[in-house]
Every structure is written in C-alpha cells, then in structure tokens.
Design a protein around this ligand. Structure first.
Ligand code: MN
Length: 274
C-alpha cells in the first residue's frame, strides 16, 4: 500500500522549498500538504490552546492542492495526526527550510519542531533544511536538497525509522555533483551573536530588538556543523528525551537532606548506561 506522507514547513505553505519537497515526495507515496499560512521561522515548538484553528485550501504554483492553517508548524502536524485527513499519516516530512538548522537551533526551529510533534503523535518525522550562505540574495535552487530528502526518506521507508526518532537533515549549499555524500552526525555547537538593540519609540518609551550577526558554529568533525563545512549532507537522529544522563550521578552526590525542613525522599538514580 502507498505510504501517506504529510509535508509541512515553517516558511509558510507558499514557500518554494515546500513545493520542491512535495514534488519529490510524490515519487515515494501519497502526499498531503498541511502547512502554516505564514512564516513561522524561529517559532519553536507550539501548541495552540486558546483559540480556534482555521484551515483553508490553497493551490500551489504547480497546481497541487495544499491546506494552510493559521497555526504553527507543530499545530499543523497535530491537526493531521489527529485526523484532519481521513487516512492515517505514515511519515511527516518538514521543509525544505531556507537556512540550516544546526546544534541548538533545533529548539527554535519550526521546521524541526514539526518533526518533534510527529514523534509525539507516534509518527516518525524528518526535517530538511538547506544551508544558505551568509549574504546570499539570489534565487535558491532546492533541487539537490529535494533529492537528498528523497534519498533519506526512501531509506527510512525501506529500513524502518523508529517512531520515537526524528531525523534532522541539513543539506550544504552545493550542486548535486559537488555534494560529497551523507554523514550521520551528532548535534554540534552553534555560536550565537545576538545583541540587544535598545531604541526609543515616538512616545518616549524604550523598546528592544534582539539583533546581531547570524549564528556561526564550531565545525567539529562528527557534528552536523562539521559535515556541512566539509560538503556532506548531515543526518542527525534526535529524540525528545532531553535528560542529561551524565548529570544524574553527579546530582546524586549532593547532600540533598542537609538542613531541610521538609524531608527529602531519597533520590533514586535510574539504571543508565552512558
Ligand atoms: Mn524557516
């Protein structure tokens, strides 16, 4: 039976990266598109609880019918997982994002958090982002990123991707023949250069803008940042268990029960292998 693939993104339903991804995914199964009606880049993992969500049909530039919601990317995934489409979803693919999502970016990224929402719904998720060089202003060619996504998704279908895992795929800004291959990686260290800009509004009150230069990163081998720097597509498996396992035994040596009015229950360190 055909796989049912949900395609979403965080740049908005009309973004060219989504259409390129959807076209490539149609080679692998039945594609449904449900994506935000506006740009949610940097919007993080969202669950809209205090208002209704609206969905409307839109037509993409190639004639494909898509569904656009006024919620966040993760809301779009929740809508689909909870039955907006009548047929169950086998895989959520999010992207192709304009700009890489590396290291700590994953918690800010609407592209990646859409795939996180899939995992919460018990569906494997794959996020795909294309690195854009600093200062690039011209057209963006999504072809090699779309083909990289097809390669990863096909392997996920053939080999089975656990529903607890999402894959964070980042593609270097290179032509097909310049890409050196695929690397399995871990999250690298992103370096942010945020700067607070304080200004005064026309009524004399201060307002703030979090600005500064674009983030850079430490191009260490074995990491997502390192792979892109060397011209490889980076594939990082992620899960939502953020427990710092190595900190558990450290914390357990703290004298938790000294000088406390309320007695502490004994802390138990779970059985872990690090
Ligand atoms: Mn984006």
């Amino acid at each position: 039976m055909d796989k049912h693939i949900l395609v979403t993104n965080d740049d908005g339903v009309l973004a060219p990266g989504l259409m390129a991804l959807a076209q490539e995914m149609r080679k692998l199964g039945k594609v449904s598109i449900l994506a935000p009606d506006r740009n949610w880049s940097g919007g993080g993992h969202v669950k809209t609880l205090d208002r209704a969500l609206r969905v409307k049909e839109v037509q993409l530039a190639d004639g494909m019918i898509a569904h656009a919601s006024d919620g966040a990317p993760s809301d779009c995934v929740a809508l689909a997982a909870l039955g907006y489409f009548k047929e169950p979803i086998d895989l959520v693919v999010s992207g192709i994002n304009i700009g890489a999502n590396l290291g700590h970016d994953v918690t800010y990224s609407g592209t990646v958090t859409a795939a996180m929402e899939a995992v919460i719904a018990g569906i494997p998720g794959i996020a795909v982002s294309l690195e854009i060089p600093e200062g690039h202003t011209g057209e963006i060619d999504f072809d090699s990123a779309a083909r990289a996504a097809e390669h990863v998704v096909r392997h996920a279908f053939e080999n089975g991707l656990s529903q607890e895992i999402l894959l964070n795929v980042n593609v270097p800004f290179l032509r097909d023949e310049e890409i050196r291959g695929f690397r399995l990686t871990r999250q690298g260290l992103r370096v942010y250069h945020s700067r607070l800009d304080e200004r005064i509004d026309p009524r004399g009150r201060p307002y703030y803008w979090i600005g500064g230069d674009a983030p850079t990163g430490v191009a260490e081998r074995g990491t997502d940042i390192g792979a892109l720097a060397e011209g490889y597509v980076s594939v990082t498996p992620l899960h939502l268990d953020l427990t710092a396992y190595r900190a558990l035994s450290d914390l357990n040596t703290w004298p938790w029960d000294e000088n406390v009015a309320i007695p502490f229950f004994e802390l138990s360190v779970p059985d872990i292998k690090v």
